[in-house]
Design a protein around this ligand. Structure first.
Ligand code: PLP
Length: 392
């Protein structure tokens, strides 16, 4: 299939499909760890040089995994991709594969808790990490220097929804030869134009919007063929970060409806944010799609949408936030996001519990903050549920 002239919605349904001799319609699930060689010579040859449609061991590659990798690469506009067991295997894999003792990484401070943990681990092995306010370009300029290996940030941060200017940070990084690695989970492949904006490596936790139904873990690293196959793959295939073919198959089916789901969820998130904005029980509402968001214009330029996530700050701190969560009927308390089911999370006591109170405050995670992942339910039902939970 020639992907060149197709839009994302077509690519999400068709790109990367490989059919066996049976011509099956649905993507086949190759639940096999290994592959049989006709002769010893063939095995030897394959270990010397793996051909385009050849596989050795599922930790290295598998036909179903390859379909998933090719489909996401087509959507993201990168030459290649490597699928991993989880989003964290992808973050860890991309960063560890490119760094060594003495490397320097500049990262935005506002990161998902486990992303911060990976940076801590890297420091134990002699990688120097400088944390900056991702929205302050002067801080990026001051921190990135000749010899900086990589910059790393969430294009929209979890959970405070700070938007980082990919184009501007990439310009600073590239002027010093640093690789731009973007965790693009909140932007989703639907709204991402990260590569044309200057990202070199784009990472997704496919557990989120790509699966879209909260069924299983997955991750993916998208980049040039050189980065994916010569930097990331050797690290991942030898350290065991491979995704299960079953999960790749789930993700492939998830992708076919991703565009419709994410657009519907974003429309509903926008409607909820507009409805609850200024509500008396809230001290703050953060949604990049509303004009009062500090990076609203950037968000619209970079993604063309405010996305599927809304952050609410309930007046009255933790007790008031907990009381609101406990009054919800339709919206579920959990910690996934990008799911068809709407989910609320209290970051201070769950996803970001490990951080000190000071660090949380610096990331904008107050005791009253609630992260809302908007699902596929009816917008009016969600608004009614959230409103009744906010009533005293
Ligand atoms: C969930 C998440 C991850 C980690 O993904 P897993 O699939 O849970 O390992 C990384 N970054 C961000 C922004 C996330 O939301």
């Amino acid at each position: 299939m020639n992907n060149r002239n197709l839009h994302k919605r077509s690519l999400a349904v068709h790109a990367g499909t490989r059919r066996s001799q049976y011509g099956e319609m649905a993507e086949a699930m190759f639940m096999t760890q290994g592959f049989v060689y006709e002769t010893a010579e063939q095995a030897e040859a394959r270990f010397e040089q793996v051909g385009d449609d050849e596989f050795i061991y599922a930790r290295y590659g598998n036909p179903t995994n390859r379909m998933f990798e090719d489909r996401i690469a087509a959507l993201e506009g990168t030459e290649d991709a490597f699928a991993t067991a989880s989003g964290m295997a992808a973050v860890n894999g991309a960063l560890m594969a490119i760094c060594q003792s003495g490397s320097h990484v500049v990262a935005a401070r506002a990161l998902f808790g486990s992303n911060l943990y990976v940076l801590d681990i890297m420091q134990r092995y002699g990688v120097e990490v400088t944390l900056v306010d991702g929205t302050d370009l002067d801080q990026w300029r001051a921190a990135v220097r000749e010899g900086t290996t990589a910059v790393f940030f969430e294009s929209v941060s979890n959970p405070a929804l700070e938007v980082v200017d990919i184009t501007a940070v990439a310009e600073i990084a590239h002027a010093h030869g640093a690789l731009v690695i973007v965790d693009n989970v909140f932007a989703t492949p639907v709204f991402s134009r990260a590569v044309e904006q200057g990202a070199d490596v784009v990472i997704y936790s496919t557990t989120k919007h790509i699966d879209g139904a909260g069924r299983g873990l997955g991750g993916i690293i998208c980049g040039t063929r050189q980065f994916v196959r010569e930097v990331a793959e050797p690290y991942l295939k030898h350290t065991g970060g491979a995704i299960s073919p079953f999960h790749s198959w789930m993700m492939l089916t998830g992708l076919t409806t991703m565009d419709l789901r994410v657009r519907a969820m974003s429309d509903t998130a926008h409607a909820i944010a507009k409805d609850l904005s200024g509500h008396g029980a809230l001290s703050r509402l953060i949604y990049p799609g509303l004009p009062d968001h500090p990076q609203h214009e950037l968000a619209m330029q970079q993604m063309g949408s405010g996305g599927t996530m809304v952050a609410l700050e309930v007046a009255g701190g933790k007790d008031a936030a907990f009381a609101m969560l406990n009054r919800l009927n339709l919206v579920l308390i959990s910690n996934n996001l990008g799911d068809a089911k709407s989910i609320v999370t209290h970051p201070a006591t769950t996803t970001h519990q490990r951080l000190s109170e000071g660090d949380r405050a610096r990331l904008g995670i107050s005791p009253g903050m609630i992260r809302l992942s908007v699902g596929l339910e009816d917008a009016d039902d969600l608004i009614a549920d959230l409103r009744q939970a906010l009533e005293r």
